[in-house]
Design a protein around this ligand. Structure first.
Ligand code: ADP
Length: 366
């Protein structure tokens, strides 16, 4: 198992692109860390610097306490699975899995035992004699994973390993990887742009944007306490609802006035800062209730998803195009509202998020 420490790790590519900027974190043995963020935010570059496939421009990397910036990839003892897992087309599944072990001069008996062991974990026992072209996408991906884990590395680095699979297979493989982690209990670092993957797999998640770490946290804490507007909007589906507003402070409460004139109270003691006037209020779709009393909103659209329903509402009374007054409410079960019905909504005061409209940092106490 590996403890991996990154200190101000920075990557500047030739031509001057700063892909990763002062990335610092300690990854403990046996953690499942997910790097998540939009395309181009520096996730793969960070992973590749850990693997030794990309030079570190500045900063320090330690693997189990050993300074490793200049260590050859093969001496780092880390196994990597890529999005484009190239299997050897002329080798069957058995030989594909055994390939790395042969390079490392394991005995024939050891190889046989290890290959059968991982084949069992990944349900590949009946496919060992097949060539890759006779496998489905999911099966091929399982072979790629089997090939990576067969060699008991200190840590497993996975770069978007599921992104070539269809939605159903992705979900299946997600569960397989979680089971694999439970079984190996070793360090995993997993790169994805998919926040659902991040939320379901990670013991901790690193949210990145433009080469910079935005927040490192457990999935639940990230969801409940995003430190800035970007994290708040990136994590969670549907996206958190946002409204521009102005805040004023009374003795115990603070009053937020939205652009449409609606007012919402929040306990002043919840605020980390009271020196800001322009704020962005955020609230998740499940934290808004439709009730007898409350702020009036008009139904724009209804999405029935089966066990839950998304109601698209607007504080606007006219048919103006989507704007700052639109939001989504998620309710369990079905509803029988129609488009243009007027309903009343309440925001759960304990679940409000507030951001400085200029810096976009949260102003709620953690
Ligand atoms: P992600 O994995 O989050 O999609 P990457 O780490 O691949 O992001 O890329 C981060 C940034 O570095 C992007 O702006 C990308 O264009 C740039 N980049 C990646 N690889 C190279 C390279 N080999 N040469 C120059 N720029 C690169």
């Amino acid at each position: 198992m590996a403890k991996i420490v990154l200190e101000d790790v920075t990557k500047v590519y030739k031509g001057g692109v700063k892909a990763v900027d002062k990335f610092s974190m300690e990854i403990d043995e046996g953690e499942f860390i997910v790097f998540v963020g939009p395309s181009g935010c520096g996730k793969s570059t960070t992973l590749r610097m850990i693997a030794g496939l990309e030079e570190i421009t500045e900063g320090n990397l330690y693997i189990n306490g050993v300074y490793s910036n200049e260590l050859e990839p093969k001496d780092r003892d880390l196994a990597m699975v890529f999005q484009n897992y190239a299997l050897y087309p002329y080798l069957n599944v058995y030989d594909n899995i055994a390939f790395g072990l042969r390079l490392r001069h394991f005995s024939k008996e050891e190889i046989d035992q290890k290959v059968h062991q991982v084949a069992e974990i990944f349900g590949l026992q009946d496919l060992l004699k097949r060539k890759p072209k006779a496998l489905s996408g999911g099966q091929r991906q399982r072979v790629a994973l089997a090939r990576a884990v067969v060699r008991e590395a200190k840590a497993y680095l996975l770069d978007e390993p599921l992104s070539n699979l269809d939605a159903k297979l992705r979900t299946q493989m997600r569960v397989e990887i979680i089971k694999l982690f439970e079984r190996l209990k070793t360090t995993f670092i997993y790169v994805t742009h998919d926040q659902v993957e991040a939320m379901t797999m990670g013991t901790r998640i690193v949210v990145m944007k433009d080469g910079l770490i935005q927040q490192i946290d457990t999935p639940v804490h990230l969801y409940d306490h995003p430190t800035n507007l970007f994290v708040a909007s990136f994590i969670g589906t549907p996206q958190m609802n946002f409204f521009k507003g102005k805040i004023e402070h009374l003795t115990k409460k603070s009053k937020i006035t939205l652009e449409n004139g609606n007012q919402i109270d929040i306990l002043k003691s919840k605020l980390a800062r009271t020196d800001i006037e322009d704020v962005i209020l955020g609230i998740r779709s499940e934290d808004i209730a439709i009730s007898e009393k409350g702020m009036e909103a008009r139904v724009r659209m209804i999405e029935t998803l089966g066990s839950e329903t998304l109601i698209y509402l607007s504080f606007d009374q006219d048919n103006s195009i989507i704007n700052n007054n639109d939001f989504i409410v998620k309710v369990q079960g079905r509803v029988d509202y129609r488009v243009n019905d007027v309903v009343k909504v309440n925001f759960n005061e304990n679940k409000l998020h507030l951001f400085d409209s200029i810096t976009e940092e949260s102003i709620i106490k953690l």
